[in-house]
Design a protein around this ligand. Structure first.
Ligand SMILES: [Zn+2]
Length: 379
């Protein structure tokens, strides 16, 4: 009989030294500012088939170890902008970069990115589920989240099919996503599109219909502010207008079906800070009689995001990876995924109700911030 003991720690908060490798390879050491947890209760259970609750460990410690299960690790949230109908050889820049800084990407490179993530064992999940701490990815696989800012050239409408569905340019972002979705049903293809006032530039009436189709077909729409201003430089009234306007507009088109998450234009402000009370308007306000709240905000990309259970996770400045090439340097896709592969990668236990992690692996972290009501299982 396998009677491997697994300690299930029901932690309200377990704090320790945190060290996550930044994209530049530098260690980010964070001082432990709290004392040892005072409210830890330990329960011992086994992995026998008789375990009854859904939150109990379903595998032995050896099995978790062999699969590298670690849910106190990092998750790549890709930040893309425009996808252009180009081959990599059509651009004068590195790899699939369409511009010097690689904010825009060729269709060839974007499709290759999606295939590569799949081959590396990543499976897509919704950003809104990430914010909710609900990570439902098959055992042994890793979550990946795809986001687009600005909306331009991401959803290019060519017309409407007879059944009323949109006909997309196959080289635009959603055209490529739909192709990959059909090819890999277990990839769980999804993405969040952060829009400004101009939406996708297919004309207001077309875009309203497209938005409805998108939310009915597994995509999410978020807030990238009305005019794409640096919110870090705006006063409270302006922030309320910039954020509230887009929520009000989305509410009129897809009521209750958009996500209350802001992708901060230019990644600004980088930190919320108590000395900047106007930034609270990103998260709560009223514009033109419409009251809104935001659950999270995203920075501009450079590196992987902490899982929402990790102590250093901050929902007001969630980090992203810029989808660009730079010969494996300066936080490009290649460098980030190499670092993820070297022990920084979240690998799922397949159960969204449990947080499973190696008890002795302080390199990837055994520091829980919040369990979201899940059971934490150290092995
Ligand atoms: Zn933008």
């Amino acid at each position: 009989m396998i009677n491997k003991k697994i300690t299930a720690l029901m932690l309200l908060a377990a704090m320790s030294i945190a060290s996550l490798t930044s994209c530049s390879g530098k260690e980010e050491e964070t001082e432990d500012t709290t004392t040892a947890p005072t409210t830890t209760t330990e329960a011992t259970t086994t992995t026998e088939a008789t375990t009854t609750t859904s939150a109990a460990p379903t595998r032995t410690a050896e099995e978790y170890k062999a699969a590298g299960i670690n849910e106190l690790n990092s998750i790549p949230i890709l930040m893309y902008h425009r996808i252009y109908d180009m081959k990599n050889s059509d651009t004068e820049y590195t790899g699939g970069n369409v511009d010097k800084d690689g904010y825009n990407r060729t269709a060839e490179a974007f499709e290759a990115d999606l295939r590569s993530y799949y081959q590396q064992g990543y499976r897509m999940m919704r950003l809104t589920d990430f914010v909710d701490g609900r990570i439902d990815v098959a055992y042994g696989f890793s979550p990946i989240i795809i986001t687009f800012d600005d909306g331009i050239r991401d959803v290019v409408l060519q017309g409407w099919n007879e059944d009323g569905s949109p006909k997309f340019d196959p080289s635009c972002a959603i055209g490529i996503l739909e192709k990959i979705k059909a090819e890999f049903p277990d990839y769980n293809v999804t993405a969040t599109f952060f829009v400004n006032d101009q939406l996708f530039e297919n004309g207001e009436e077309n875009d309203r219909k497209v938005l409805k189709w998108m939310v009915d077909n597994g995509y999410d729409i978020g807030n990238h502010t009305k005019d794409h201003k640096k919110l870090g430089d705006c006063d409270a009234n302006e922030i309320e207008k910039q954020v509230g306007y887009v929520y009000k507009k989305l509410e009129s088109i897809i009521p209750g079906q958009y996500v209350n998450i802001v992708a901060l234009p230019f990644g600004s402000p980088e930190k919320m800070g108590e000395d900047k009370p106007q930034y609270n308007k990103i998260f709560e306000g009223t514009y033109d009689g419409f009251s809104y709240t935001s659950r999270a905000s995203l920075l501009c990309g450079w590196t992987r995001a902490y899982a929402p259970f990790v102590r250093d996770y901050d929902k007001t400045c969630i980090r992203r990876i810029r989808g660009y090439d730079n010969n494996g340097e300066d936080c490009d896709i290649e460098q980030n995924f190499k670092q993820l592969a070297q022990g920084k990668r979240y690998i799922s236990d397949g159960n969204p109700d449990t947080i499973v992690y190696p008890a002795e692996d302080n390199s990837s972290g055994t520091w829980l911030k919040e369990t979201f009501g899940h059971q934490a299982i150290a092995y």
